[in-house]
Design a protein around this ligand. Structure first.
Ligand code: NAD
Length: 247
C-alpha cells in the first residue's frame, strides 16, 4: 500500500467503471460532525439510546427528538468541493460511475449526484413502522407526539439503525462485481458491511487478470488501510477536486 500526502493524479481509462463509497468524512467540511468527531456520541446521545430498534421500542419520542435535531442541522448545510467533484465525475462517466454512501444527509444530491444509493437510509425521509407504504420526503421536525401513518402505525425516520439490514445490497453487490476502480472517501473502515467492500473487490482482483485499483481519501488511514493500493491523505474537499483525470 502506498501512502501519499499529495494527490497522485488518478487516470480513468475508457473501459474503467468506478465504484465510490463515501462516509461521514465527506460531509465534515460541510459542517456535519462525523461519528468519531463527536467521541462516539451524536448530539450528546449514546447511539444505543437513539439509533437501534430497541431504542425505538422503548422511547420513540426520544428517537424522534434526536433525528429532528439532526434534520434541523442537515437542512442548513451545503455540499462542499468534495461532493461537487464527485457529481462532476458522474457527469463525465455516466453509467460507468456508481456512488454508495453511508451518509444519511442529502449533500450528494444537492451537489448533483444521481447514480447513488443511501445504504444507511435518508434523514429527510420517513416511513411507516407497520405498513408497506414507500418511504417519503419529510422535513417535519418533532413536536410533542410521534407522528402516525394513515394505517395507524407510527412513522419513523427512514434510517438503518444498528442491528438492521442495510438497504440496496443487491444493487451494491452488482456494482461491486463490475467495477474496475474503487474510490473510498472519509470512512473509518470500522462499520460493516461497507468496511468489507474493499476486501471483496480485492478478492475478485486475485481471481481475475484485470485487477481493481483501490484508493482511499481522508485525513488519516482507515482501520482497513491494508486493503487499499493507495491512501491519499488529506480532506475530501482538498484532495478530490484535483484527483482524477478522465481519458
Ligand atoms: P466515522 O465517523 O466513523 O469516521 C469518519 C471518517 O472520516 C474518519 O475516518 C475520519 O478520518 C474521516 N474524515 C474526517 N474528516 C474528513 C474530511 N474532511 N474529509 C475526508 N475524511 C474525513 O464515520 P463512518 O465510517 O462513515 O461510520 C459511521 C456511521 O455513522 C456511518 O453509518 C455514517 O454514515 C454515519 N454518520 C453519517 C453522517 C452523515 O450522514 N453526514 C454523519 C455522522 C455519522
Amino acid at each position: 500500500m502506498m501512502i501519499m500526502s499529495a494527490s497522485p493524479g488518478l487516470r480513468i481509462g475508457p473501459s474503467d467503471k468506478v465504484f465510490v463509497l463515501t462516509g461521514a468524512g465527506i460531509s465534515a467540511e460541510s459542517g456535519i460532525p462525523t461519528f468519531r468527531d463527536a467521541n462516539g456520541l451524536w448530539c450528546g446521545y449514546r447511539v444505543e439510546d437513539v439509533a437501534s430498534p430497541g431504542a425505538w421500542a422503548r422511547n420513540p419520542q426520544l428517537v424522534w427528538r434526536f433525528y429532528s435535531m439532526r434534520r434541523r442541522g442537515a437542512l442548513t448545510c451545503k455540499p462542499n468541493a468534495g461532493h461537487v467533484a464527485l457529481a462532476a465525475l458522474e457527469h463525465e462517466l455516466d453509467d460507468r460511475f456508481f456512488l454508495c454512501t453511508q451518509n444519511v444527509d442529502n449533500l450528494h444530491e444537492q451537489a448533483g449526484s444521481r447514480r447513488l444509493v443511501h445504504m444507511h437510509g435518508e434523514l429527510l425521509k420517513s416511513r411507516c413502522d407497520s405498513c408497506d407504504r414507500q418511504p417519503f420526503e419529510d422535513t417535519a421536525l418533532f413536536e410533542s407526539t410521534v407522528p402516525r401513518c394513515e394505517c395507524g402505525g407510527q412513522l419513523r425516520p427512514h434510517i438503518v439503525w444498528f442491528g438492521e439490514m442495510p438497504l440496496e445490497m443487491e444493487r451494491i453487490a452488482q456494482e461491486l462485481e463490475r467495477c474496475t476502480m474503487m474510490l473510498v472517501i472519509g470512512t473509518s473502515g470500522l462499520v460493516y458491511p461497507a468496511a468489507g467492500f474493499v476486501s471483496m473487490v480485492r478478492e475478485r482482483q486475485a481471481s481475475t487478470d484485470g485487477g481493481v485499483r483501490t484508493i482511499y481519501v481522508g485525513p488519516e488511514e482507515p482501520a482497513n488501510s491494508r486493503a487499499f493500493d493507495q491512501c491519499c491523505l488529506g480532506t475530501a474537499a482538498q484532495v478530490l477536486p484535483g484527483l482524477i483525470t478522465v481519458d
